[in-house]
Design a protein around this ligand. Structure first.
Ligand code: COA
Length: 327
């Protein structure tokens, strides 16, 4: 049987208009622009409007990706949304997006936190290569600012909202997803999570009083593991793809913290100019970060057609992953 390849048809992204600066945060918690800039590299982030939900951000990003892909909505067989901040606990935000797009595709969400887009890529690749489905719309999107405790300076300075989308399709000739490598370690579940609101700890007045419906994080521990795991995942993805640093035009790490990005670049031994950074503009948008950065790099001409890009992520679970893509 002839091998089915995976072609990337197009990408799109959308961030809400409202900007929250470090100066704004100085008025909300005991912090400073200097601390946030030095410890994270973040200068501002986007905040979703009250009238919008994740499915709206996903819709805007998807429309752009579909338009660039020059396909019609009816061509889409599967919609996958990677998120930890969907419109509702269920049904899947992918189903709400399907309705907004007026599509009849199979639709479901995946939960792999900041690594969600990597996990989604692996699913899309497998669906297409196996011949199960021909065209996949993959979205990474979050409204982290609605699951953030705005009185906790340890976390509220870090997060932002946004969505990115990619359309992938079966191809007989071109192969654009050269490799995807994934990993997870559930022994670290306690380092980064939302304690309440699931079935293990149902929402009660007490959980709300204790703000247990918001993100809790042990920043220092997460930082150390992030650097090691993103480096390893990238090396593995390069190895699977049979590529070396000189083949890669751009590295796009998960945009959580500039110090993590720089530490990973250093460990990989890659030139600083080849490591993409936009964390100063958006903060950490979890599953949306790598796809928004990739779309930005394509749109701005930072990468051109035929270039190889390495994207990598790390997040709650703990989970991690990396992929080598041809643009
Ligand atoms: N403003 C001012 N001071 C702050 C602050 C803020 N927003 N947040 C924390 N601090 C204080 C702490 O309370 C601590 O004070 P103390 O020494 O008196 O206790 C001090 O700054 C240092 O905190 P520490 O946790 O050691 O800082 P850090 O250098 O580890 O940076 C993070 C904190 C969160 C920025 C960093 O650990 C990080 O980015 N971790 C990874 C986060 C991440 O990527 N998460 C998502 C993964 S997808």
């Amino acid at each position: 049987m002839k091998k089915i390849n995976v072609k990337i048809l197009g990408t799109g992204s959308y961030v809400p208009e409202k900007v929250l600066t470090n100066a704004d945060l100085e008025k909300m918690v005991d912090t400073s622009d200097q601390w946030i800039t030095e410890r994270t590299g973040i200068k501002e982030r986007r905040i979703i409007d009250k009238s919008q939900n994740l499915s709206d951000l996903a819709f805007e990003a998807s429309k752009k990706a579909i338009e660039k892909s020059k396909i019609s909505i009816s061509d889409i067989d599967v919609i996958v949304v990677a998120t930890v901040s969907g419109d509702m606990p269920f049904p899947a935000t992918a189903c709400i997006l399907q309705k907004k797009l007026v599509s009849n595709a199979v639709a479901f969400d995946i939960s792999a936190a900041c690594s969600g887009f990597m996990y989604g890529l692996s699913i899309a690749k497998s669906f297409i290569e196996s011949g199960s489905y021909k065209t996949v719309l993959l979205v990474g999107g979050e409204v982290l600012t609605r699951i953030t405790d705005w009185t906790d300076r340890n976390t509220c300075v870090l997060f932002g909202d946004g969505a990115g989308a990619m359309v992938l399709q079966a191809s007989e000739t071109e192969n654009d997803v050269l490799s995807v490598h994934l990993g997870a370690d559930g022994t670290y579940t306690n380092l980064l999570n939302i304690p309440a609101g699931g079935t293990a700890m149902q929402t009660t007045h007490e959980t709300v009083d204790n703000k247990l419906q918001f993100i809790k994080m042990s920043g220092k521990e997460v930082f150390k593991i992030a650097v090691v795991k993103m480096t390893e995942a990238t090396q593995k993805a390069l190895e699977i793809a049979g590529k070396k640093d000189e083949d890669i035009a751009l590295y796009i790490p998960h945009q959580a913290n500039l110090r993590i990005i720089e530490a990973v670049g250093k460990r990989l031994g890659v030139a600083k100019e080849k490591v993409y950074v936009n964390v100063h503009k958006y903060g950490n948008m979890s599953s949306a970060t790598t796809i928004i950065a990739l779309d930005e790099a394509i749109t701005s001409g930072t990468v051109k057609k035929g270039d190889l890009v390495n994207i990598m992520a790390f997040g709650g679970g703990l989970t991690w992953g990396a992929a080598v893509l041809k643009i």
